[in-house]
Design a binder for this molecule. Structure first.
Ligand SMILES: [Zn+2]
Length: 92
């Protein structure tokens, strides 16, 4: 039998959270508490567009880009910065 090598595809089916999570880094293989970094997501644009439609176009439509609750959260390994998953406000 030929060796199949060590190409193991790990399918992580983890419910992401908007807060730092305890999970295993796919690169280091170490259990870490993830860095939760807000990033502009679909909801950010939706809220921004919504505010523009309502008439808040004097800079108000930029607020969602600074509001944590309107942004997607990217989880990264604190050691190697590998992207481990994203918590999405929309389309979970
Ligand atoms: Zn890592």
């Amino acid at each position: 039998m030929a060796q199949s090598g060590n190409t193991v595809v790990v399918v992580q089916n983890i419910q992401m959270s908007p807060y730092p999570m305890y999970m295993k880094c796919t690169r280091c293989g170490v259990e870490v508490v993830t860095l939760a970094e807000p990033t502009v997501g679909l909801l950010t644009w939706c809220v921004s567009a919504g505010l523009c439609v309502v008439g808040c176009n004097l800079g108000c439509c930029l607020f969602p880009f600074f509001i944590y609750e309107c942004q997607d959260i990217e989880h990264r390994c604190p050691q190697c910065r590998t992207h481990l998953g994203t918590y999405r406000r929309c389309c979970q």
